[in-house]
Design a protein around this ligand. Structure first.
Ligand code: UD1
Ligand code: CA
Length: 467
């Protein structure tokens, strides 16, 4: 993160619904790798040192609410542009709220923009006599973009929109306008106020400020990479942006000392410690944190999960809003539903589901169990097929299993119930009453052996079949 530069605002252009998304949700609120699209430029602006971001919208209330909730009303201003009459008109709307001497201009739908590009744009403004800097890119296929026109000495003199190009020579120019700018606010205000809609679309083009400012001072161009300029207009673009961003995240974590296999999908807010290993097909979402040396194996899906150091998540586990302690082992095929806490050295095996449950240090539930609203004591052992009956159709109730207790296989514990320390529940017991410390609870009917009866039964059945 860059040190906060005093006196910088950013205007993020996000007016229009984005009809090509074919959605009820405003385009810039569509999620991408765990965050809404508009978050990317807004976050990049704050990282580049802005202390105020003005978002230009078409007045959609859900957009204003989402932004204010996320960043706080003090740092976000909403400017409404209605109707949208071009990028120049949008900046004019945004400038009304700008309170700083320098302004960054970004688009709300370009999530691959990098904060380092903005840093370079801002640095260009530090040069005396440069009041505007623009981000450009060299494209193999520049069709549709505004082109950067330079004079014989290479100085930027104008940006001309694709449909306003005048010759094949101009159409062959590969340097395009990415649509990101940094400017001296006072100069920007003057240039924007003078814009006229004299062009093929009858719009106020922000790009026209380049020609007007180039006449009185120098316009700097920073050439960024083409990937950073990908704008999201439809769901195909959204898919492309997602692939690129996930690939970028995999590389970032690999550089930081994490082994990331294959196509693991790691959201933007996820943190991973050194020497952790992330399997192919894993999806790490939301605010998930993976501790150093932990392993998340093939196919697991983690949402807002906290995994401590050296824990092992075997293949195909699903974990939501839950935590797993150091060296604990989970899965394969375990399901931790919200508010599960699996402490250090505990084991949760295949086809075990937990919800609002704490499994304390060293406790085990290794096979086929449901643990809901339960506190499992240290080193307790929950046998295969154990079901906590926490819900009677009306109310959810609490179960406590004392430390060192042993719950025999195929038991049902009907909540609310307390199993004492080191108590023993016999296999196949339906527990309806508390079990004292060190007691044995057994609640099943006695077995009866009828000698020779199996043979008799077979004869009887064979005779019936012949008839
Ligand atoms: C713009 C640039 C073009 C550049 C291209 C890069 C202009 C005139 N042209 O073209 O040089 O190569 O971006 O992608 O600026 N917006 C508003 N209000 C409006 C119009 C647009 O807020 O009235 C916002 C949109 O939400 C969008 C952004 O501005 O985020 C860009 O608008 P768009 O219409 O896509 O610009 P282009 O025509 O692609
Ligand atoms: Ca566009």
């Amino acid at each position: 993160m860059t040190k906060s530069t005093p006196g910088l605002s950013a205007i993020v252009l996000a007016a229009g619904m984005g009809m090509r998304m074919k959605s009820r949700l405003p385009k810039v609120l569509h999620p991408l790798c765990g965050r809404p699209l508009v978050d990317y430029p807004v976050t990049a602006a704050f990282e580049a040192g802005a202390d105020q971001v003005v978002v230009v919208t078409s007045g959609q209330p859900e957009l204003a609410q989402a932004l204010e909730a996320r960043y706080g009303k003090e740092r976000i201003a909403i400017a409404v542009q209605d109707p949208p009459r071009g990028t120049g008109d949008a900046v004019r709307a945004g400038l009304g709220a700008v309170k700083n001497p320098r302004t960054l201009i970004l688009y709300g739908d370009t999530p691959l923009l990098r904060a380092q590009d903005l840093t370079e744009l801002l640095a260009a403004l530090d040069v005396p006599g440069q009041d505007l800097s623009i981000l450009t890119a060299l494209l193999e296929a520049p069709f549709g973009y505004g082109r950067v026109l330079r004079d014989a000495a290479g100085a930027v003199i104008e940006i001309r929109e694709h449909r306003d190009l005048r010759s094949d020579a101009e159409r062959a120019i590969r340097e395009v306008n990415a649509g990101m700018y940094a400017a001296d606010t006072a100069k920007l205000r003057t240039a924007v106020a003078a814009l006229q809609p004299n062009n093929a679309q009858g719009e106020y083009y922000l790009t026209d400020i380049v020609a007007s400012l180039a006449k009185v001072s120098r316009v700097a161009a920073v050439i960024g990479d083409a990937e950073g300029l990908l704008g999201v207009n439809d769901r195909a673009d959204l898919g492309r942006a997602e692939e690129l961003l996930f690939a970028r995240h995999r590389e970032q974590h690999r550089k930081a000392g994490v082994t990331v296999h294959g196509d693991a999908r790691i959201d933007s807010g996820v943190q991973i410690g050194e020497d952790a290993e992330i399997g192919a097909g894993v999806s790490l979402r939301g605010k998930t944190t993976i501790g150093p040396g932990a392993r998340v194996d093939v196919g697991s899906v983690l949402v807002d999960a906290i995994i401590a150091a050296n824990a092992e998540i075997k293949p195909y586990c699903v974990i939501s809003q839950s935590s797993v302690g150091e060296r604990a082992q989970l899965g394969p095929f375990a399901h931790l539903r919200p508010e599960s806490v699996i402490e250090a050295d505990a084991h949760i095996g295949n086809f075990v589901e937990t919800k609002k449950t704490r499994v304390r240090r060293g406790a085990k539930a290794n096979h086929l169990a449901y643990l809901g609203d339960t506190d499992v004591g240290e080193r307790a052992n929950v046998g295969a097929g154990t079901i906590i009956c926490n819900y009677d159709g009306f109310v959810k109730r609490q179960t406590t299993i004392g430390e060192g207790a042993f719950i025999g296989s195929d038991s049902q514990l009907i909540a609310p119930v307390v199993i004492g320390k080191n108590a023993y529940v016999g296999t196949g017991t339906t527990v309806t009453e508390d079990v004292p410390d060190d007691a044995l609870a057994i609640g099943r009917s006695r077995q009866v052996n009828k000698l020779g009866y199996a043979a008799k039964l077979r004869e009887k059945l064979a005779a019936a079949k012949k008839r």
